[in-house]
Design a protein around this ligand. Structure first.
Ligand SMILES: [Fe+2]
Length: 155
């Protein structure tokens, strides 16, 4: 059955494509945060281990909302590691960095998702796609706040 929500097909597909990048960034950041929860060491172990858990739990819930918005726009959500790797702007970490470098990488990751979300927001706004704008506003808020909190640990 055709979708008739007042956003034309080309715009729906373009926005879904942008949301797929937000999804890929978020999933990559989710995995990196879980990785660091497992592998962090040093005197800040307890603080960081617990803080990273809070962050990856939030991300695990968020990816579902982003994927389901893509579906509501009539497009299949990417859902493989290969697709996420191709779509994501966040590089994976192959080694086990020191705690300080983990925090740096996570600040960078949260800022990256905020930038991607902001880019896609403009597209959604131009198409009067308020639900996507609302979702992206919430995501930017979380990522910018988390980046601030992590950044504060480095000062
Ligand atoms: Fe755990």
């Amino acid at each position: 059955m055709n979708i008739d929500i007042g956003i034309d097909t080309a715009q729906r597909e373009a926005i879904a494509g942008g949301l797929s990048r937000v999804l890929a960034d978020s999933y990559t950041l989710y995995l990196k945060t879980h990785n660091f929860h497992w592998n962090v060491t040093g005197p800040m172990f307890q603080t960081l281990h617990l803080m990273f858990e809070t962050h990856y739990t939030e991300l695990a819930l968020a990816v579902d909302l982003v994927a389901e918005r893509i579906r509501a726009l009539g497009v299949a959500a990417p859902a493989t590691y290969a697709k996420f790797r191709a779509l994501s702007s966040i590089a994976e970490e192959e080694g086990v960095p020191k705690a300080h470098d983990m925090i740096r990488q996570l600040v960078d990751g949260h800022e990256t998702v905020a930038r991607t979300a902001r880019e896609v927001f403009r597209m959604a706004e131009a198409a009067s796609d308020q639900p996507t704008c609302d979702l992206l506003t919430q995501r930017m808020q979380v990522h910018e706040k988390t980046a601030w909190m992590l950044r504060s640990l480095l000062e």
